[in-house]
Design a protein. Structure first.
Length: 114
C-alpha cells in the first residue's frame, strides 16, 4: 500500500502540534459521506417502521422523509462548505500576511531616491 501526497499531508497535519496545518479540510469529504450514510440509515428505518404500521402511513412517511432528507443534506453540505471556506480564508490570510511582510522587508532595505 502506497501513501499518496494527500495521505502524507493529512498524516503530517494530524501530528502537527503547532497547528500550522489544518486537518479539517481533508476530513470534510469523509464527514459528508458519513452524514449522508447516517441520513440514509435513519430514513430506511423510519420508512420501514411506518410501512410495518400500514401501507398508507408508510407512503406518507416516504414522501415526508424524502423532502426532509433533501433539506438535511443541503444543510449539511452548506455547513461543511462554510467550514471549508473559513479554513481557506485563514490560509489565504496567512499567505497574504507573509507576502506583505516580505514586500515590506524588500522596500525597507532599498535606499530612498530623492
Amino acid at each position: 500500500m502506497t501513501l499518496t501526497t494527500r495521505d502524507t499531508r493529512a498524516l503530517r497535519a494530524l501530528l502537527d502540534t503547532s497547528f500550522r496545518e489544518f486537518v479539517t479540510p481533508s476530513l470534510v469529504r469523509l464527514l459528508y459521506v458519513l452524514a449522508l450514510a447516517g441520513l440514509a440509515v435513519a430514513d430506511l428505518w423510519l420508512v420501514l417502521s411506518a410501512l410495518a404500521s400500514s401501507l398508507l402511513w408508510g407512503l406518507a412517511t416516504l414522501l415526508v422523509v424524502a423532502l426532509l432528507t433533501a433539506l438535511a443534506a443541503l444543510c449539511i453540505r452548506v455547513s461543511l462548505e462554510t467550514v471549508v471556506i473559513l479554513f481557506r480564508i485563514a490560509e489565504h490570510t496567512a499567505e497574504a500576511a507573509e507576502h506583505g511582510a516580505s514586500i515590506a522587508l524588500n522596500t525597507a532595505s532599498q535606499p530612498t531616491r530623492v
